[in-house]
Design a protein around this ligand. Structure first.
Ligand SMILES: Cc1ncc(COP(=O)(O)O)c(C=O)c1O
Length: 374
């Protein structure tokens, strides 16, 4: 008997061990507490963002109707790009669909440009987000141990005679919440000026840095900054902050910009409102940092291991997927939403519960979480 592709899919799924299986939650959960969302500044529900979206719908309609190069370009794209460039202190910025889409298509394009004196060699942190691996395509790559810049330095020295090193990292790591020493990277760039540095500020923009600008500063000599509007900015979409020249090249060459429908005006209307609000939210950010500190200390006192966390992203290191799922189940039963992060997203021994703090969480919420732990 011959099995159809569909049957083989079912067989493939059956072979995934239960503790590694991914299942979609059923819509919005009835939770008393939620630590799963990336809505760090709680902007997704903010009246100014709702109003920004409504005004944009009113003026331009629901969809963008085409690629930006054809029918989809709106004044709101220009307005958002001007704000991103000002926030990031770069000459220019380019808006894309989601953050994953931005990073994957940007990297694929930049690596393939016929502008390299020596071919590029990607040097990626071992724990880099999956979108960057997707964008790598066939570019040669080495991985350095997470945040180990001595290892990185050795790899640069080894490959620099034949390649241009292209370093890719995150300023705040999405699953561990640790913060990259961008000053140390600037030191490496000083020693190896031909190196390109790309920093993904997905979890830093809005939540960290002066006026929520993120952690990259001009003195870090980062060549390309990317990020998303889907986390602290409470919306959707991604961006690259870069030179005016590179933006022009991306408009010519980047398939992920050219051959896709532009972000809808209503999303851009909300994003613009979020960008306008960022400078006014310092007291909320200060609350977030204090709460993150309180959370780590409280969990630590109760014997939980919060790994490398230095930010509002706090893992509870569980050691294996079974223990991780058991705690997830226990907390969910008590209507506390947390994320169970397991292989292949993280290595097996580092399966963890991920807590993502928001500015509308309070110390009492952390106390409730700790009191509910088994
Ligand atoms: C570091 C990092 N980069 C990029 C992305 C992708 O962003 P988006 O959710 O907007 O596609 C994420 C989201 O998980 C992320 O954590």
């Amino acid at each position: 008997m011959s099995f159809s592709f569909h049957d083989r899919c079912l067989g493939f799924l059956d072979a995934v061990p239960p503790d590694l299986r991914r299942t979609l939650p059923e819509g919005f959960q009835d939770q008393s507490l939620d630590f799963t969302s990336n809505d760090t500044l709680a902007l997704s529900q903010h009246p100014a963002l709702r109003m920004g979206a409504l005004e944009a719908i009113d003026r331009y309609g629901a969809g963008s109707t085409g690629s930006r190069l054809l029918s989809g370009n709106h004044p709101l794209h220009t307005a958002v790009e001007a704000r991103v460039a000002a926030l990031k202190k770069t000459e220019s910025a380019l808006v894309f669909g989601g953050g994953f889409h931005t990073n994957a298509s940007l990297l694929a394009t930049v690596m393939a440009l016929p502008l390299w004196r020596k071919p590029p060699m990607l040097m990626m942190d071992k724990w880099i987000h999956a979108c960057w691996l997707q964008g790598r395509q066939d570019t040669p790559m080495v991985r350095y141990r997470h945040q180990d810049f001595d290892h990185l330095d050795r790899l640069i020295q080894q490959h620099r005679p034949d390649y241009t090193p292209v370093l890719v990292t995150e300023s705040i790591f999405s699953m561990d919440g640790d913060i990259t020493d961008l000053g140390a990277l600037a030191g490496l760039k000083h020693r190896y000026p031909d190196m390109m540095i790309i920093v993904d500020e997905a979890h830093a923009t809005g939540a960290w840095g002066p006026e929520g600008a993120g952690l990259v500063k001009p003195e870090h000599t980062v060549d390309l900054i990317t990020g998303t509007f889907s986390k602290a900015m409470g919306c959707y979409g991604g961006y690259v902050a870069c030179t005016a020249a590179l933006k022009k090249v991306l408009v010519q060459k980047c398939a992920g910009f050219i051959y896709t429908t532009a972000l809808p005006p209503m999303v851009l209307g909300a994003v613009k409102a979020a960008l306008d609000l960022l400078p006014t939210l310092q007291s909320q950010r200060d609350h977030l940092y204090a709460l993150a500190q309180y959370t780590r200390e409280t969990l630590g006192r109760h014997g939980w291991n919060t790994g490398l966390s230095q930010s509002h992203i706090i893992p509870l290191m569980m050691g294996n997927s079974g223990a991780c799922l058991a705690l997830h189940h226990h907390l969910t039963q008590h209507r506390i939403g947390v994320s169970a992060i397991r292989p292949p997203t993280v290595p097996p021994k580092t399966a963890r519960i991920r807590l993502s703090l928001r500015v509308d969480h309070q110390q009492g919420d952390i106390d409730q979480l700790v009191a509910t732990m088994p």
